[in-house]
Design a protein around this ligand. Structure first.
Ligand code: SAM
Ligand code: SF4
Length: 333
């Protein structure tokens, strides 16, 4: 059989990475992502089953998708996530499966996930302080998250990264303690600039704490940060090594240093809507096809149409920017 042509968009970017949201539900309520109360979750029958997700991923894999990231909402609250990972790992062409989690349920699940074939883990950790955690996430539980990270670290995943949100006047004090923790535990830490994807629509440009500002804080507290050559041009982060050789720091700077020109990602929401960007305002209805006996060829056509419709860049700073209807928890970060 001839190899299908890659998923290439009209700007020449080849797409090899798929982010799969498996739920819009979450066990905490980060203010930069979800509303505090009365969250409108999708009814369960609208959420793709694991069979549907696996079928979609196998069609995507035929088109050159080789990396998957499972996200949400909080993926660990869905039943038998290890079962899904196992199924996805068995798909020919899938070389790498990663997970993004808030870590609250990691202690109990880390071993099963690793045994199922999960290689890489991103744990969101914005602070080490339970009061700050409460202000950010409107819930308690930082000790559980830290225990989960330590448990996962003992199990020897290929890579565990910590991701911290960067919001001006809110998270500056967390930078040095987080970096100290990451250095002590030999974990990579990445800071992500705050994006206009909060459910409460409160985002303002001046709240973005930029990667450069954080780098200055870290260099003052520790030592010089030396640039690390990228091994993958499509990776969103710019990475640095501490000059004392104790650890690495990454900056995901979608606002101050957009990386759209190298983007290789598509995303599917928990209820089966395919998106070509976090900031996409158009979606392609995979669920409808899956549930109406759509063929693999039809799914392929839909994926290609989504990829070819991708804009050159998110355009957040342009006058014509339209904030997506969905907040981060409804897309999958
Ligand atoms: N619940 C999991 C977690 O928190 O890791 C996975 C889903 S969460 C939406 C994925 C990532 O998106 C988290 O690292 C979170 O910090 C990030 N995120 C959420 N809202 C954001 C926003 N408005 N701007 C930037 N990053 C955001
Ligand atoms: Fe939940 Fe993750 Fe959103 Fe926080 S960022 S509310 S943990 S989905």
């Amino acid at each position: 059989m001839n190899k299908p042509t890659p998923l290439i968009d009209s700007h020449g970017r080849i797409h090899t990475s798929l982010r799969i949201s498996i739920t819009d539900r979450c066990n905490i309520r980060c203010f930069y992502c979800m509303p505090a109360e009365n969250v409108k979750f999708r009814p369960r029958d609208e959420i793709l089953t694991y069979e549907e997700i696996a079928r979609f991923a196998s069609v995507a894999a035929r088109l050159g998708i080789n990396r998957l990231r499972i996200t949400g909402g909080e993926p660990l609250i869905r039943n038998d996530l290890a079962g899904l990972i196992k199924r996805l790992s068995a798909i020919p062409g899938i070389d790498d499966i990663a997970l993004t989690t808030n870590g609250v349920l990691l202690t109990e699940q880390a071993a099963a996930l690793k045994n199922a074939g999960l290689q890489r883990l991103n744990v969101s950790l914005d602070t080490l302080d339970d009061d700050v955690f409460f202000r950010l996430s409107r819930r308690r539980g930082i000790d559980q998250i830290i225990a989960g990270i330590q448990q996962a670290n003992k199990l020897g995943f290929d890579k565990i990264r910590l991701n911290a949100i960067a919001i001006k006047s809110i998270t500056e004090q967390e930078i040095v303690p987080l970096a100290t923790f990451a250095r002590q535990h030999d974990l990579e830490l990445r800071f992500i600039e705050f994006m206009p994807l909060d459910a409460d629509d409160q985002w303002q440009r001046q709240q973005v704490l930029t990667g450069d500002e954080i780098k200055n804080i870290l260099e003052t507290a520790f030592c010089e940060l030396l640039p690390v050559t990228r091994d993958d041009a499509s990776q969103p982060a710019v990475d640095f090594q501490f000059s004392d050789n104790q650890g690495r720091i990454g900056f995901i700077n979608p606002l101050s240093q957009p990386f759209c020109h190298h983007c290789n990602r598509i995303r599917i929401t928990a209820e089966g809507q395919l998106r070509n960007c976090l900031f996409s305002t158009t979606e392609w209805d995979v669920r409808q096809l899956l549930r109406n006996k759509g063929s693999d060829d039809e799914l392929e056509t839909l994926i290609r149409s989504c990829v070819s419709g991708k804009n050159a860049a998110h355009g957040i700073d342009s006058d014509s920017f339209i904030k997506p209807q969905r907040a981060m928890y409804q897309i999958g970060g």
